[in-house]
Ligand binder design. Sequence first.
Ligand SMILES: C[S@@+](CC[C@H](N)C(=O)[O-])C[C@H]1O[C@@H](n2cnc3c(N)ncnc32)[C@H](O)[C@@H]1O
Length: 260
Amino acid sequence: MHFGYYKFPMNPFRREPMLELMNRHVFESLKLDESDEVIFDLGCGLAAPCRSFAKNYPGRLVKGITIVEWQIEKAKVLNRLAGVEDRIEMILGDYTNLGFENNSADAAYALESACHCPGDDKAAFVQEMMRVLKPGKSFVIVDGFLKRPGSKFNRLLKYCYREICKGWALPSFPNVNGVTAMLEKCGAEIIEVTDLSFRVAPSVMHAPFTVVSFLLKKMLQGEKLNSVRLGHLKACFLGLILGMHRGSFSYIMISGVKKK
Ligand SMILES: C[S@@+](CC[C@H](N)C(=O)[O-])C[C@H]1O[C@@H](n2cnc3c(N)ncnc32)[C@H](O)[C@@H]1O
């Protein structure tokens, strides 16, 4: 799951269309041409973006890669239900160590998944994405990015940042300068670095309501929440505070191509 992309006159209270528009925005930013057949989704989760891609771009193959085993089985069921299982290959793997040959992808994207890689510049992820991407082909990375080092945050931001990373099991958020420098070092030409913070704001505002309704549902079912789940929910709230500090944090899309 990722945040949605808002565009007037959409209804900001409807989350699904905003999620779908974020998928489409990523795909369009890849600027695919007819020869681009094999697309990598690096960190695909339950593969909702893969299904959107398969529906909107028939005749291509999307390879969804996730490190979480149960997501593969669940995604396969969802892909089948959506009637697109023949256009999506689900792969259990680590995006920092893919079993593919050099230059095997016609395009690659990572939607809110690069943040799970260690390091502020996400070096292992960037190096591997650039290795498997064919020269001249495009990539898109969308994520929450730090705009200055976390060590320079005030006490409140440091607290929020620490708890968010803990709750969402992130080693750290990517730093925008670190990632763009690493991309260039690995042979990328950066096309655009776009701040999407205002585009995702309406869908971010859904988080508190979603969290509260989830908690109420679980309480009514008599279910106790473990510390992992509670940490995750707390991170959703603290994310609002971090997100409001525009000088420190932004939701950003980086697009580019691998130089020939
Ligand atoms: C927040 S989810 C985003 C899922 C999906 N991109 C979406 O937008 O719906 C992050 C995903 O990254 C995956 N991930 C994290 N580290 C990974 C790694 N080293 N290799 C492959 N996938 C990874 C997780 O399994 C998870 O599915």
